[in-house]
Design a protein around this ligand. Structure first.
Ligand code: ADP
Ligand code: ASP
Ligand code: MG
Length: 491
């Protein structure tokens, strides 16, 4: 009878579910970076990956960044237009962007050339109009800059979505603001507000499992709906914000290397991919310049205890790097190294500082008021000197702010030095492993690298120091060898 057939079907699907418990369907947030979407061939690759998970029944939400190089092009033109002699740079850029995106669309989603092509064209017209406005007004506000530099994502996301539909997978496009990312109004470097979580869940939740939403990375908006951007490489941060909002089981960051490596592979040619790291270790690495991830991109995942995986779009069978609360304990005390050369040192001198408790407060308050990001601090024991390391981009603001303190007689003199770089030695095992500092500085001393400043983060997962710019690559080479980071051990 029909009743018994129904019963049979019911128990069959029950058994099926029970059977697949260890491999149950997952909810993933996947993010694809600029290289992963650089052309039609790459995008077909991306669609292969998504199709596989879609067919396996996984729920997917996807964050994409701009095609490689596009954000750089947009930043470059915004920096020139307000003082340009004429507006002749605008049209060639619009042409080039149009050609690149249309070629990509043709290769990735041939059935959607008309539909998606007209979306791209609309976006190009908007972009062109804003660029002319910037030129004519001779003014680039932080708001208009953020809006302009978000166009790389605005043009690419519709192509990825069309490429999925080309394969018969339902998909729509959502910008970062509509996806629910609310941010502080700090243009160019805004931070997501916690209330984003609930908004994201409300907006994306109903779509999951029914389609694959393609979310434009790198952008959000303020409570008033003004577009903001999250800082360079910000779509990693978008991925984590959205992943936390939808309470993904895992967040996968797809890029062009097999995972997070012991050092920047462009600096150390035998850098090795690490199979696992802790949230704290990755935060320290990215904060100190490992260009593989945006510095804030761990925070939202960590808040919700979501596993983050870094994987290679061009080598998807590689396990990649797994990032969790407590990375696997291993024998290695030092796990990875980074260095940043885009930093500057500021020295604040003045005997007036001795024994005056308010001086440090005055310095850090005024720097915070000017939105200067201080990466390292050291104070001599005589208290007559405080040294700071700041992002090179913040140096002018910092020097300007501190000159006020000189005028007020709070400090005597402020000097700065561009010719430095910061190196960070990272590993959660350093906490409680005495002697690591000694080993680091002995190795550097033997090679004749002069250390100008040292600082240890309170997490104890990081010892960082400052050397002359030209000594940076040598310092990381020496330490990579000293701690045998290219050798595999039982991680
Ligand atoms: P995406 O476009 O996917 O966001 P990025 O170019 O931003 O990719 O980041 C990946 C690149 O980061 C790699 O190609 C690599 O050259 C560089 N990189 C720097 N430091 C590291 C590191 N420690 N581990 C892995 N990659 C690193
Ligand atoms: N497109 C942005 C950038 O180039 C964001 C990103 O790629 O993550 O910085
Ligand atoms: Mg990136």
């Amino acid at each position: 009878s029909s009743a018994s057939i129904l019963l049979f079907c019911g128990s069959y699907s029950y058994i099926n579910k029970w059977h697949s418990q260890s491999e149950r369907e997952m909810r993933f947030l996947m993010k694809f970076g600029g290289t992963s979407v650089a052309d039609a061939q790459c995008i077909r690759n991306v669609v292969d990956i998504l199709e596989k998970h879609h067919k396996a029944g996984d729920e997917l939400a996807v964050v994409v960044s701009a095609q490689r190089g596009v954000t750089d092009q947009l930043i470059e033109i915004t920096s020139k237009l307000p003082t340009a002699k004429d507006d002749t740079a605008i049209e060639p850029l619009i042409q080039a962007l149009g050609k690149r995106h249309m070629t990509t669309l043709e290769g990735a989603a041939p059935d959607y050339i008309a539909e998606t092509g007209s979306v791209i064209e609309d976006r190009l017209i908007s972009l062109q109009n804003i660029l002319f406005a910037v030129y004519n007004l001779r003014e680039l506000t932080p708001r208009s800059k953020d809006y302009i530099i978000s166009f790389g994502e605005r043009m690419l996301a519709p192509i990825i979505s069309a490429a999925l539909r080309q394969r018969g997978i339902p998909s729509s496009v959502i910008d970062g603001c509509d996806a629910g990312i609310l941010t502080t109004p700090q243009h160019g470097e805004s931070t997501a507000l916690l209330e984003s979580d609930a908004r994201i869940k409300k907006r994306l939740g109903p779509l999951l499992g029914k389609e694959i939403p393609i979310i434009m990375g790198f952008m959000g908006c303020t409570r008033n709906g003004v577009v903001t951007t999250l800082g360079r490489s910000g779509s990693d941060y978008s991925a984590s914000i959205i992943g936390a909002g939808i309470e993904a089981d895992e967040i996968w960051i797809w890029t062009d290397v097999d995972g997070i490596m012991t050092c920047d592979p462009r600096v150390i040619n035998d850098a090795r991919v690490m199979s696992s790291l802790s949230y704290i270790e990755v935060m320290e690495l990215s904060y100190f310049g490992a260009k593989v991830m945006h510095p804030r991109s761990i925070e939202p995942a960590m808040r919700k205890n979501i596993l983050v995986r870094v994987k290679n779009t061009f080598n998807p069978s590689h396990m990649g790097t797994v990032i969790v609360r407590n990375g696997q304990r291993d024998h290695r005390v030092v796990k990875a190294l980074t260095y940043i050369d885009k930093v500057a040192a500021i020295n604040i001198n003045g005997a007036q500082m001795i024994g005056r408790p308010g001086v440090a407060k005055a310095i850090f308050t005024i720097l915070a008021d000017h939105e200067v990001n201080v990466m390292m601090i050291s104070q001599g024991s005589s208290e007559a000197n405080i040294s700071l390391i700041v992002d090179e981009a913040h140096l002018n603001a910092a020097v300007h702010a501190l000159s006020d303190l000189v005028k007020q007689g709070i400090v005597r003199e402020v000097t700065h030095n561009h010719d430095v770089c910061a190196v960070a030695v990272v590993g959660a095992g350093m906490a409680g492993a005495p002697g690591t500092g000694g080993r680091i500085f002995t190795a550097l001393g033997k090679t004749g690298v002069n250390v100008m400043m040292i600082s240890q983060g309170s997490s104890e997962a990081n010892i960082s120091f400052v050397v002359k710019q030209q000594d940076g690559p040598k310092a990381v080479r020496v330490l990579h060898d000293e701690f045998r980071l290219s050798e595999v051990c039982d991680e």
